[in-house]
Design a protein around this ligand. Structure first.
Ligand code: PBG
Length: 324
């Protein structure tokens, strides 16, 4: 029955009615806070110019930050390592005494209830900044890179990581990580697969933070073409077949349709990564007085949940907890 029998405004009349019929909820329990942990002599926190409010952290500062996350009700953090030395093979990634491994042990010791996820990739550890090993012609070799990715995941699990999250976009790495974890006795360690990771302009501030901008070329020979949605679904389904426990779409905002399609196709828990450039845009607009930061952040995070994400990885996580 159309208007006047139907009046959709009836259910919008009061805050309590609006709340009663709200379809999508946002809670601290849905959010994951990324942390940048840095090795080397610098103690404490080092601000990241392009990510206002986010710092590079020494191990002790990371433990403190993890404590704040727990106090705010956040269930999980996602660790990125910034090593003191980089080399061609990214050996810092799979060093049992590497920065992520040390930080994982320290955080788990201080806050055992906090879920520690680790980003598994070589790009922060290679001197050339690519996500795998290079061939003589400068291209990234898939299969030898996959071996090192699997080794890195096992090393993180051995250090106490609760969840590993491979972000390299090599073919076959989820199956290789699952097999390696199982073989080493970590059959209960879940894999959050960065399944549909696009070659995006929105990673700019992250690369600044992690010093992981490729020294030459770009990542388009392994990260996905932003134009492709069907292929994103194929990537996700392959990762499910290889043993992914959670599939991820990254970035989030320019890919809300992909989040929905991956959710519908896989029925798995879906994570979405609200990346550094997306965060920086809101911060810059808010600093310029162009929008209300709180409202814009909550609307953005809600939209990512409405698109189908169960888990939202976001640099806004601490602020959002305070506002919710
Ligand atoms: C590493 C990785 C990147 C991000 C997460 N893991 C950078 C990249 O692929 O260049 C980006 C996260 C962000 O922008 O917040 N492969």
């Amino acid at each position: 029955m159309p208007f006047p029998a139907t009046r959709l405004r009836r259910l919008r009349a009061t805050p309590v009615l609006r709340d009663l019929v709200r379809e999508t909820r946002l809670s601290p329990a849905d959010l994951v806070l990324p942390l940048f942990v840095e090795s080397g002599p610098r103690a404490g926190r080092t601000p990241i110019a392009s990510l206002p409010g986010i710092d590079r952290l020494s191990i002790s500062a990371a433990v403190q930050e993890a404590g704040e996350a727990v106090a705010l009700g956040l269930p999980a953090v996602l660790l990125f390592g910034i090593p003191e030395h980089k080399d061609a093979d990214g050996s810092g990634a799979y060093d049992d005494e590497g920065i992520v491994q040390l930080a994982t042990r320290a955080i788990k010791e201080a806050h055992p209830q906090l879920v520690v996820m680790t980003d598994v990739c070589l790009c922060e550890y290679t001197d050339h900044g690519h996500c795998g090993l290079l061939r003589a012609d400068g291209s990234v070799d898939n299969d030898s890179s996959v071996e090192l990715i699997a080794r890195t995941a096992v090393s993180h699990a051995r250090a106490g990581a609760d969840v590993v999250a491979p972000s390299d976009m090599m073919d076959g790495r989820i199956g290789a990580v699952r097999a390696a974890l199982d073989e080493e006795g970590f059959s209960d360690t879940p894999i959050v697969a960065y399944s549909a990771k696009f070659a995006s302009a929105f990673y700019g501030p992250f690369r600044d933070a992690a010093g992981s901008t490729p020294a030459f070329g770009d990542r388009r020979a392994y990260q996905m073409d932003p134009a492709n949605g069907d292929e994103a679904v194929r990537e996700a389904l392959l990762d499910v077949a290889e043993g992914a426990d959670v599939v991820m779409v990254k970035p989030a905002l320019a890919y809300l349709d992909v989040i929905r399609r991956v959710k519908d196709a896989t029925k798995l828990p879906v994570a979405a990564y609200n990346v550094s450039g997306e965060y920086a845009m809101i911060k810059a607009a808010a600093a310029a007085g162009a929008l209300d930061e709180r409202a814009a952040v909550l609307e953005t995070l809600t939209s990512i949940r409405r698109a189908g994400a169960d888990i939202v990885i976001t640099y806004h996580a601490k602020d959002a907890c305070q506002w919710l």
